[in-house]
Design a protein around this ligand. Structure first.
Ligand SMILES: [Zn+2]
Length: 91
């Protein structure tokens, strides 16, 4: 996944584009900064090669993943609360 800036400039809105085609539209090779440091970009072998995460990046990634986990758990908890509220009878 590329940054919002790159996608807004060279992407196809809600459509999809393979990296090769996107690179053609950009008219230059990808750079490290074109990809945000998010888990999916570290899992994809192609983008990982471009990003080539340093130890520092890996630490940052771990920290971000922890934040994602916390946000996910908070959302899950909120859903549970909302469900309980809905079950309460009207007075
Ligand atoms: Zn393509």
């Amino acid at each position: 996944m590329v940054t919002k800036e790159i996608w807004n400039k060279y992407g196809v809105g809600n459509g999809m584009l393979c990296l090769e085609c996107l690179q053609k539209r950009m008219g230059r090779p990808f750079r490290r900064e074109d990809f945000p440091l998010i888990p999916i970009n570290f899992e994809n072998p192609f983008t990982r090669l471009i990003i080539f995460p340093s130890n520092e990046d890996n630490i940052l990634l771990k920290k971000r993943m922890k934040e994602y986990d916390q946000a996910y758990l908070a959302a899950k908890e909120q859903r549970k609360i909302n469900q309980l509220k809905r079950k309460e009878p009207y007075h």
